[in-house]
Design a binder for this molecule. Structure first.
Ligand SMILES: [Zn+2]
Length: 318
């Protein structure tokens, strides 16, 4: 597990402020409390080792420049203390759904540093690495933000793996929501990256009328109702089997907003589903970089992350 640096020591409250869902503006659910719960669950497993996010500022900036447009980065850099809506950063065809402030941008940079550090562990020979990071990233595209996401952490990890020669990269997004940002970024990367996503329908974070999958080399499997865990894990296995054929490594965008009680979700997964995901990843015998996406039911995060580690690494000895 790669632990994200928090900015509390600098007096920054990096919590999300609000998010718009349809016509409603909801209180933000993304904060460092999520990281704390995820770490508790992962640390509970005897096989998990904790390391700090050590990628340097130059690596972070170089990666961000490769992924996001200069206007995107300049707008985020210009954010002040006050939470401000930036309509120019809304996803194509959609209204803005989150505000920007300097503290959130600082946290988003630390999340990218964490994802890069996790990718570096894989390049150094680790079999598994887990970037415990926030805010999430998979709704951040080349020129847009959304759904708590400002900068794309998973895409940063993919870029680092490719640059380090660990390619082709198979990307599996298991957050509840369709990864509109990762999709656009992966599409630009070229033939050595393939994206699969399992998510809930209807998908609301792409412009009305958009057909999914929206890019070549993409599999988009939507569930119109909360799936049965057995059916869900069968789809995870289908994706992993396909991705494993032509991947040297996997990047998994893992969301726990599929869990019971999530304030942004309507599914009911218990920890055993995440244990199942871990077991299926282990069975691929590929190096795996896990990048944290959503999951906002604070009480569910530690049980789910511990179950995931148990599936991936084997049960704790009693
Ligand atoms: Zn989500």
């Amino acid at each position: 597990m790669v632990e994200q640096r928090t900015r509390i020591s600098e007096g920054l409250d990096t919590s999300s402020v609000w998010i718009r869902e349809g016509d409603d503006r909801l209180a933000g659910q993304d904060s460092d409390a999520r990281l704390a719960e995820l770490r508790i669950g992962l640390r509970r497993h005897f096989g998990v080792r904790c390391v700090d996010a050590v990628a340097d500022d130059a690596a972070v900036e170089r990666t961000l420049a490769a992924l996001h447009g200069p206007a995107h980065l300049a707008a985020l850099d210009a954010a002040g203390e006050e939470a401000t809506v930036m309509p120019q950063l809304a996803p194509p065809g959609l209204e803005p759904d989150i505000p920007v402030n300097a503290a959130l941008v600082a946290a988003a940079r630390e999340a990218v540093r964490t994802a890069l550090s996790a990718a570096d562990r894989l390049l150094a020979g680790d079999r598994y690495t887990y970037a415990v990071c926030r805010p999430p990233g998979h709704h951040a595209g080349p020129h847009f933000i959304g759904g708590y996401c400002y900068l794309n952490n998973a895409a940063a990890a993919i870029e680092a793996l490719r640059a380090g020669g660990l390619a082709p990269v198979g990307v599996l997004d298991l957050d509840l929501h369709y990864p509109n940002g990762t999709s656009e970024l992966v599409e630009r990367m070229g033939a050595d990256v393939t994206l699969h996503s399992l998510h809930a329908a209807p998908v609301t974070n792409v412009a009305a009328g958009t057909e999914l999958p929206r890019a070549p080399r993409e599999r988009a499997h939507a569930f119109s109702a909360a799936p049965d865990p057995v059916a869900y894990l069968a789809e995870v296995e289908t994706s992993l089997t396909e991705l494993a054929v032509d991947s040297a490594a996997l990047v998994v965008s893992l969301g726990y907003d599929t869990a019971e009680g999530d304030p942004h979700g309507s599914w009911h997964f218990g920890p055993e589903v995440f244990a199942g995901i871990g077991r299926l990843l282990a069975a691929t015998e590929l190096p795996v970089c896990i990048v944290q996406e959503g999951g906002y039911a604070l009480g569910a995060l530690a049980p789910c992350s511990h179950a995931f580690a148990s599936g991936l690494l084997g049960e704790d000895p009693v």
